[in-house]
Design a protein around this ligand. Sequence first.
Ligand SMILES: O=CN(O)C[C@@H](CC1CCCC1)C(=O)N1NCCC[C@H]1C(=O)Nc1ccccn1
Ligand code: NI
Length: 187
Amino acid sequence: MYMMKNITRDGNPVLRKQAAPVKFPLSDTDKQLAHDMMEYLINSQNPEFAQKHHLRAGVGLAAPQVGISKQMASVLVPNDQDDDQDYLLKITLINPVIISNSVQNAQLAEGEGCLSVDKDVPGYVPRSARITIRYQDFDGKEQTLRVKNYPAIVCQHEIDHLRGHLFYDRINKNEPFKAESGSTIIS
Ligand SMILES: O=CN(O)C[C@@H](CC1CCCC1)C(=O)N1NCCC[C@H]1C(=O)Nc1ccccn1
Ligand code: NI
């Protein structure tokens, strides 16, 4: 679990690069990377483990955040309903592309943060409310995922990382908390 210690921070050029496509068949290294990224998120959401290892709980992690400029991201959105399902979304996105998106935008009411950005940057981060993602699974087979609301916000945040974007790039400089009319504010 080498990456536990060092999530790359804003200022590291790797966070501003267009990440390289992942090649298939997956190398053992890439399989291990996918496993370690998901394990990191699972562990970070375990309060005892997170406290012991001084981790901030995360719902997503992109390979550039562990210093690897490849198009791979893990998403682990916990399910806060008390039904039996643990996660709303648990997925490794390889070479993801947003192939369609709603006209309607959405933003998190509290704005966004990032494990790679230590400073708080207040403001709405406008994103599409609903998206369709084309990605490859571990066998390299093309898959399609439709997501909306919070899981869609998380996926867009991660796909942004693969293209060298950080959340605050999207905050309106003049009116940070101006929500486009018709957009959804997700709390
Ligand atoms: O690229 C990936 N990242 O930078 C990790 C980010 C990804 C999310 C930020 C906004 C949408 C995706 C992340 O998870 N956070 N951002 C900074 C600290 C808090 C943490 C977080 O929101 N934690 C959380 C939320 C709900 C339930 C449990 N934990
Ligand atoms: Ni991030």
